[in-house]
Ligand binder design. Structure first.
Ligand code: MF3
Ligand code: CO
Length: 274
């Protein structure tokens, strides 16, 4: 019963819809690349947000995040112990900080959403946390195949992260995406039998998923600031986040959120890195 209900709840996109998703995904990828090179000591997170907003609008798309449940900006930018949903402001970035950027674009009725994390000034520290999170995304993406169950994504991410001594955030998940930014299924980054209805979902071609491991250096516990958005690690340790929007196909997943346009997973040369 639950399986059938879950199956029906998850959209499978037509070729026509996928063409629109590809356009939105490319704009997201371009915008992330644009911001990546601007993350230098002295820049404010608000300046980065404006660059993102300008590029998304110049490409004829709309902002997925601004106005979503009252969210005030085009991007989420998270510094150091902020896990996700950091609101851009006059914070000046400093060398060595761990900075994540998450953004979405809405084009012709369809959303795409992606994120990366980097280190300001490319200093030598914290690469292991970033590599682990990026590797966890890769491990999860590799399981996004027709016929697999959704929990295989969750298990692959968790195994990758925990075997390296880091922890996965459990209070937030990845998600289906398309006509809404957040659609079923929920995509947890850990497996605990019975905890999520969607674990047993059998992935089908045309399902569009936003896979997004959030990885903490210390405890998996998080807390939300008084602004109602900013999610931080409970122990003040660092956190990292990577995300892509992908389409399940008959073979490998198609990664939509790349600046050069959609590519099958094995054709992605590497991910954005510090
Ligand atoms: N990228 C976030 C997610 O995947 C969405 C940010 S919520 C917003 O859930 F309000 F900032 F848009
Ligand atoms: Co997302």
């Amino acid at each position: 019963m639950a399986k059938k209900a879950s199956k029906r709840r998850v959209a499978r996109r037509s070729e026509d819809e996928l063409e629109k998703l590809k356009v939105a995904g490319q704009i997201v990828g371009e915008t992330l690349d644009l911001l990546h090179v601007q993350i230098v000591p002295g820049v404010t997170t608000l300046k980065l947000d404006k660059l993102a907003e300008d590029h998304i609008r110049a490409r004829g798309a709309l902002l997925s995040f601004k106005g979503y449940r009252g969210y005030p900006a085009a991007t989420c930018i998270q510094v150091d112990d902020v896990v996700v949903h950091g609101i851009p402001d006059e914070t000046v970035l400093e060398a060595g900080q761990v900075v994540g950027v998450d953004l979405g674009a809405y084009c012709d009725g369809y959303h795409c959403d992606a994120a990366f994390t980097t280190i300001v000034g490319q200093t030598g520290e914290h690469h292991e946390l970033l590599d682990t999170t990026q590797g966890a995304l890769m491990a999860g993406l590799a399981q996004a195949r027709a016929g697999n169950r959704l929990k295989q994504i969750s298990q692959a991410v968790q195994e990758y992260v925990e075997s390296r001594g880091y922890s996965v955030v459990r209070q937030l998940t990845g998600h289906g995406i398309g006509q809404q930014m957040h659609e079923p299924p929920q995509i947890p980054n850990f497996y605990s039998r019975g905890a999520f209805e969607d674990y047993e979902l059998v992935l089908q071609p045309g399902m569009v998923l936003a896979i997004e491991p959030m990885v903490n250096a210390g405890t998996e516990q998080v807390q939300v600031d008084e602004d109602g958005w900013t999610v931080r690690t409970a122990d003040g340790e660092l956190s990292a986040h990577f995300e892509h929007t992908v389409v399940v196909t008959d073979s490998e997943p198609l990664i939509l959120t790349l600046a050069e346009g959609a590519k099958l997973l094995s054709d992605v040369p590497g991910y954005r890195q510090a």
